[in-house]
Design a protein around this ligand. Structure first.
Ligand code: ADP
Ligand code: MG
Length: 240
């Protein structure tokens, strides 16, 4: 079976000489709900930046559903939706336009982009806000806006970079439910997090990254079984 995401010996040395990724490898299978867990500074956002070509890798290979991002990035991009860690839309643009414009980047006809924008703004509870400027939204709504935008081309792989950091527990639960629903419908999901309980309640498989190395790559169930739970929680607590 072709992996949804295959990362081999991925390296990133930033221009200042800092080695953020030291040759990491892992795979995510189609249909999985996968967590990339690690403390601040581990290299999670660097990895995701490379996948969406915001960060230039300095070594290794990445394929998305068998498509090498170096060989055919546009084709890989069609399969991929990314929700970045930082809000990266214009605060003065309207909610509807932020999502709909994204459709244009994927070459979607305007009518289809409008239809999908309505579909995903409704699903994410933002349809009432469609004419508001983004700056009027709460933090949780802005996060949901980025999820709607990432789904406009209905990607097979959705990657979310710390989607629930700073989101209160009630909103976090409703976001979890939404993500579980689209995963059940067949979308492969990868999220980065530093909350162990988030990985545990949502994900099936996990990679733990620390200082640019993958230190564990297994199913959540066997991770919890093999590691002493207390030690693991202590490791992760440092990062909260
Ligand atoms: P995470 O998302 O896991 O918190 P990042 O991938 O953002 O970690 O960062 C990994 C490491 O790379 C950190 O030590 C960070 O300071 C460093 N880093 C990130 N961006 C740059 C950059 N543009 N130049 C130099 N170092 C960077
Ligand atoms: Mg990060």
């Amino acid at each position: 079976m072709t992996a949804a995401l295959s990362i081999k010996n991925l390296e990133k040395t930033y221009d200042n000489g800092f080695r953020a990724l030291k040759g990491i490898s892992f795979e995510v299978q189609p249909g999985d709900f996968f967590a990339l867990l690690g403390p601040n500074g581990a290299g999670k956002s660097t990895t995701i930046g490379i996948l969406c070509s915001l960060v230039r890798k300095t070594g290794g290979e990445v394929s998305i559903f068998g498509i090498d991002i170096d060989r055919d990035f546009p084709a890989a991009k069609q399969m991929l939706g990314v929700v970045p860690q930082e809000f990266n839309f214009s605060q003065f643009e309207k909610v509807f336009d932020i999502v709909c414009t994204q459709g244009g980047f994927y070459g979607m006809p305007r009518a289809l982009a409008e239809e999908r924008t309505e579909k995903y703004l409704r699903k994410l509870g933002l349809w009432d806000k469609r004419d508001s400027q983004a700056r009027m939204l709460s933090g949780g709504m802005k996060r949901r806006l980025m999820i709607a935008r990432a789904l406009i081309h209905e990607p097979r792989l959705l990657i979310l970079d710390e989607p629930t950091a700073g989101v209160d527990i009630e909103l976090r639960r409703s976001m979890w439910e939404f993500l579980q629903e689209i995963n059940a419908q067949g979308t492969t999901i990868i999220l980065t997090t530093h909350y162990l309980e988030e990985a545990e309640s949502l994900c099936r498989n996990i990679a733990i990254i620390d200082k640019g190395d993958i230190i564990e790559n297994t199913s959540i169930k066997s991770l919890i079984k093999t590691l002493s739970r207390e030690v693991f929680i202590l490791d992760c607590r440092e990062t909260l």
